[in-house]
Design a protein around this ligand. Structure first.
Ligand code: SF4
Length: 689
């Protein structure tokens, strides 16, 4: 059969938050090719291996095609049932549990993979239909620390800059951000400006570090000390923007005395960097006309994640590197629509960045929805890890999991498995079957995936892009949106919450009204405009250009953030520090990329990177199969790669693989503010399997 496309559909990549525009070619309705959209401003026609093979996912083996139920309860097989029966069972079982244990005994965990219109619908359905407050996304495993850090510093979430700022900055400082593997197409935006200086802070010699003019191989979790040390030097040498601070920033006096202790000597001892390097980086950053700081999971995945973000924001504030061309403290998000979830749903705020505890915000939202104000929650419900903890304590008795795979992606997995085993009713809604999480499911709902539904994603730079369908869902699979409406119908709330809705465009129109006049204002754009123009950025190219911040007094706030030792220090038994991360070929738990033969062949198994000095000490050889053990559990049969990419005393493992799952050994410790897990810096030992 010819692979030459007869139709090309414009859409947006459904993996990472770069938000590449693409064209998918179909022939007789079947996907046969994918290529970058040359007119799209984000990627100018380029795609990474995941994007280039994304269309192959649609017809990959293992798609979920029919609802399934364990009729005989746990321990019995999942058996096909009708949609009618599936929705009836779901509503009845959850209703019975809520009657006995209260509305909040339902926990819902969604994902940054849904389109914004689905998030918006799901938030309303959970809060006002099922009447549970306990709704969160796997985005909490990813960028909740960035959300909290922005709120601490500026009074609101919202990455202030754009990719264009990364391109035009004199200095780009990347902290804990291996974009060459995780956001590959963003690398094309680096080094375009002649003389641009790229500085990469990472304990590991990542592919991104190899691109840098200056790589700072800091000791694990010493980034806060480095950032405070840079602030110390900037203040000491007058490399700050006094006028900007006077007009737009508060907390300077306290901050000056706080960073006085972060002398170059002290910071050198904490980070392992030389004093000369620390002085050099501070000078480069402070003397740059425009300086951009980008970060990802090296910062966010930490018990101090929210505060680390605030400490990074401090640097931008004291130098006035915010709201100007080439200047921003910029969180590079993870999933294709992590931004859409945090703007439109109930996870960390009321829709439209409204505050749970602000009476005006609540009143306005209630009026828009024509509901009583009392129906809106006054505080956020349980965050993802707290839903799991509540399940362990048997307070959450029903869990609905949508398009995510916690049995691979959650830290300290055995505790999560225990939670699912003891939960009375577990529903898993996914595009693939089986997934490891479905081992614990009582009910499986088959969902459409990217390429089979329509809506919008919002990328890291607040760019809303159009997502289009070019294929029909397999078998009886339905879009998440249709499943939500079906449940609303069953609950008897469809007419009240979603009157007359039949497509995601109906949700879009209402979300536009709800976001109108808010910081994340979607009301000015039509779907057509977004599609034609390669996306539109809410808030424009950058936020805070006028120096006004959404705090009560309009000023950004400097935070004093001490660099604390990480939770699990190595000892004589567990003598290595494990960091986890990704590889370019795979997406999260490989539900999708593992099903694409080309990607699976490129990277079929997990591995462990170890420095030659440690390998020699442990008498291990290249490609040995090893066991990685922590205080909690162990993972066996991992390929050893002996390499100078990691420093002595540290090891690294990718987190994608269910078969050799790094999350068996990772630590269940969470940021007290953002609730994001500390996936990194776990003490482990390694031995031959
Ligand atoms: Fe998709 Fe991200 Fe790759 Fe672009 S860089 S093609 S958005 S996975």
């Amino acid at each position: 059969e010819s692979r030459i496309a007869d139709t090309w559909t414009k859409t947006t990549c459904g993996y990472c938050s770069v938000g590449c525009g693409m064209l998918v070619g179909t022939r007789n309705g079947r996907p046969v090719a994918a290529r970058g959209n040359p007119d799209h401003p984000v990627n100018l026609g380029k795609l990474c291996p995941k994007g280039l093979s994304e269309h192959l996912m649609i017809e990959a083996a293992g798609r979920a095609t029919t609802p399934m139920l364990r009729r005989g309860g746990r321990g019995t097989p999942l058996e096909p049932i009708s949609w009618d029966k599936a929705l009836e069972v779901m509503v009845t079982r959850i209703g019975s549990i809520q009657e006995r244990f209260g509305n909040d005994s339902l926990g819902v965990i969604s994902t940054g993979q849904l389109v914004t219109e689905e998030f918006y619908t799901l938030g309303k359905l959970v809060q006002l239909g099922f009447r549970s407050r306990n709704y969160d996304g796997n985005t909490t495993l990813c960028m909740a620390s960035a959300v909290s850090g922005y709120k601490l510093s500026f009074g609101s979430d919202g990455p202030p800059g754009s990719y264009a700022d990364m391109e035009t900055a004199d200095v780009v400082l990347l902290i804990g951000a291996n974009i060459a593997d995780n956001h590959p197409i963003l690398c094309n935006r680096l080094r375009k400006k002649p003389g641009q200086m790229l500085i990469v802070v990472d304990p590991r010699v990542t592919k991104t570090a190899m691109m840098a003019d200056l790589h700072l191989p800091v000791k694990p979790r010493s980034d806060i000390a480095l950032v405070n040390g840079i602030a110390h030097i900037l203040l000491r040498d007058g490399l700050v923007d006094r006028e900007y601070i006077r007009e737009h920033v508060e907390g300077l006096d306290e901050f000056v005395s706080f960073v006085a202790d972060y002398t170059p000597e002290a910071v050198s001892a904490t980070t392992g960097l030389t004093i000369e390097t620390i002085e050099k980086v501070a000078r480069l950053y402070g003397e740059a006309k425009s300086a951009f700081i980008g970060w990802t999971m090296g910062v966010n995945h930490s018990t101090q994640g929210a505060h680390t973000v605030a400490a990074i924001n401090n640097l931008a504030m004291i130098t006035g590197n915010i709201g100007r061309t080439g200047s921003a403290p910029f969180s590079i998000t993870g999933q294709c629509n992590a931004m859409g979830s945090r703007e439109s749903s109930f996870t960390s705020a009321l829709p439209g960045y409204r505050k749970f505890d602000n009476p005006e915000d609540r009143k306005a939202l209630a009026a828009l929805w024509k509901i009583e104000e009392e129906e809106l929650p006054t505080a956020r419900g349980l965050a993802y890890p707290d839903i799991i903890e509540a399940a362990v304590k048997e307070q959450v008795k029903a869990i609905w999991i949508i398009a995510t795979n916690p049995v691979v992606s959650f830290p300290n997995l055995n505790l999560l498995k225990h939670a699912f085993e003891t939960t009375e009713f577990v529903v898993v809604q996914d595009g693939f079957y089986p997934t490891p999480t479905m081992d614990y499911a009582d009910l499986v709902l088959p969902a459409a995936i990217w390429g089979e539904k329509e809506g919008t994603y919002t990328n890291s730079e607040r760019r809303i892009s159009k997502v289009n369908a070019f294929a029909v869902p397999p078998g009886e699979a339905r879009s998440d949106f249709d499943i939500f409406l079906g449940l609303a119908e069953r609950l008897g709330v469809k007419d009240r919450l979603f009157p007359g809705w039949s497509s995601t465009h109906d949700a879009w129109l209402e979300w536009q009204k709800v976001s109108a006049g808010r910081m994340c204002d979607y009301s000015q754009f039509t779907w057509q405009q977004i599609e034609d123009e390669g996306g539109k950025q809410w808030g424009g190219e950058r936020l805070y250009g006028d120096g006004q911040f959404p705090r009560e007094n309009g000023r950004a706030l400097l935070h004093c953030v001490p660099c604390l030792p990480f939770v699990e220090q190595p000892n004589t038994e567990f003598d290595l520090i494990l960091n986890t991360g990704r590889t370019v070929e795979h997406w999260h738990t490989r539900t999708k990329t593992g099903a694409v033969a080309m990607l699976d062949a490129m990277s079929p198994n997990a591995w462990l990177e170890m420095n030659p000095a440690d390998a020699e000490r442990l008498s291990l050889r290249q490609h040995d199969r090893v066991t990685v053990r922590s205080r909690r559990a162990y993972v066996r049969d991992v390929e050893l790669r002996i390499t100078g990419i990691v420093a002595p005393g540290q090891v690294f493992m990718p987190f994608h693989f269910a078969e050799q799952n790094s999350n068996l050994v990772t630590l269940g410790a969470f940021d007290p503010i953002s609730r994001e897990p500390n996936f990194k810096q776990c003490a482990v030992c390694v031995e031959r399997s």
